[in-house]
Design a protein around this ligand. Structure first.
Ligand code: DGY
Length: 419
């Protein structure tokens, strides 16, 4: 067991470049990813607080003037990944993508502050991080909340972090693909084809990228014109939790976030409107095409992570979650195996991801201790047996995607050492 803890630390250190950490050690992801880095920082905080804080500072070095933190920073101008900084062409000092990712970083910073004795220098650095995160969270409400409901849209599946989840299928089907698309995928050179998204998905991803580039990533224009616009339950749940956590942690630093306190009341009120009593379930909303998205995917259960002040709804969602993968000793597939869109091996269409389990564990631990402990134990068990992979097949625990996967190692450290 201590052996796995040591391996987790080594995995992070071996994936570390100068000031940031790659998601894995092969050529699949040769850059800094937004939510990966946040999970990674949490892992470092158990054995090297300096690396944890630096990881986040490096991520924030790529924050845009308007407050957005991009989903990828290409610090080394590496071109082995597609689409790299040359394709995005955002024209920023730190070369980056032009879209964002779930703001899990705010929850992570709160955890790091709560769990560590910080010296004066660390406090100063963390205060700076919190000030920048305030701007990031405000960016969502300023630039992604079309109707002032406190709920935000994602305008590209990559923003969700759950790239090819079937939640996006119906919306992507309606996109008019660029006729002159000409690109070469690099992921298929280092990953198995049946693990990765399909060509039809990539055609949409690149069509959207081209559309945003055409408008020079102007946040108002791309929100209004994007061919993809979804109010996603998973994303908004993470944002609500991120906002609450940022408000809490900022109090320790005498920072005033009262504007966000008002916002969060509105967000919760409006999120609950997406709860459908008949199905006892939350559905994401395709804002572009005006329809509810009826796919049973794990991110719909991330509402538990939002810590909504509604015991009845929380309990109904927990009961539903208990039936989601019932009988399996290894939770949670990214899509319910009974859903027609489920695929055992393909990225976010079925495999088990450790960050999903972690988000649910965090959402459950104050609401249903026994269930949370069971989830934690099972997740730790599979990580100790199989070690740190990108994702896993729920039927036989086959390791899928990349090896030496940083967030699987980092979140193992949190699950194992945070007692
Ligand atoms: C990828 O390249 O698969 C990434 O998830 C995009 O962010």
């Amino acid at each position: 067991m201590t052996e796995t803890v040591e391996l987790a630390k080594r995995t992070l250190i071996q994936n570390r470049k100068s000031g940031y950490t790659l998601p894995t050690n092969n050529k699949l992801y040769p850059a800094q990813w937004n939510w990966d880095s946040a999970f990674i920082a949490l892992g470092y905080s158990y054995f090297n607080l300096e690396y944890a804080i630096t990881e986040l500072e490096t991520l924030l070095s790529g924050q845009w003037d308007d407050g957005m933190i991009p989903h990828i920073l290409f610090h080394d101008n590496d071109e082995s990944y597609f689409p790299n900084h040359k394709t995005w062409e955002c024209g920023k000092n730190v070369p980056s993508s032009g879209i964002t990712q779930p703001p899990i970083i705010s929850t992570i910073i709160k955890k790091i502050v709560d769990q560590n004795n910080l010296n004066d220098d660390q406090k100063k650095r963390i205060k700076n991080i919190i000030i920048k995160l305030k701007k990031y969270i405000e960016w969502f409400f300023n630039f992604r909340d079309t109707n002032n409901t406190g709920l935000v849209s994602i305008i590209h599946p990559w923003e969700s972090g759950l790239d090819n989840s079937p939640i996006w299928d119906s919306a992507l089907d309606k996109i008019k693909i660029d006729v002159n698309l000409n690109y070469e995928r690099r992921d298929l050179k280092v990953s198995k084809i049946d693990n990765r998204p399909l060509k039809k998905d990539y055609d949409c991803y690149i069509t959207l990228l081209n559309q945003f580039k055409k408008y020079n990533y102007d946040p108002h224009k791309i929100l209004n014109l994007s061919m993809f616009n979804v109010i996603d339950i998973g994303f908004n749940s993470i944002l609500i939790r991120a906002t609450k956590d940022l408000i809490q942690v900022s109090k320790k630093f005498n920072l005033d976030l009262s504007n966000l306190e008002k916002k969060i009341v509105l967000s919760e009120e409006n999120l609950i409107k997406f709860y459908k009593e008949k199905d006892q379930y939350f559905y994401s909303y395709d804002f572009k095409n005006h329809s509810l998205i009826k796919v049973d995917a794990i991110s719909n259960y991330f509402v538990l992570f939002a810590n909504l002040d509604n015991k009845k709804i929380n309990n109904n969602i927990i009961n539903k979650l208990k039936k989601y993968n019932s009988g399996k000793d290894f939770f949670f597939t990214t899509v319910n195996p009974k859903d027609t869109s489920f695929e055992e091996k393909r990225y976010w269409r079925g495999p088990v991801w450790i960050n999903s389990n972690w988000i649910l564990y965090e959402g459950l631990k104050e609401k249903d201790k026994d269930f949370a402990t069971l989830l934690k134990k099972r997740t730790i068990r599979v990580l100790e047996e199989k070690k740190f992979h990108e994702y896993y097949n729920y039927k036989n625990e086959e390791c899928l995607g990349a090896n030496n996967f940083s967030w699987s190692a980092a979140l193992y450290l949190d699950l194992k050492l945070n007692i």
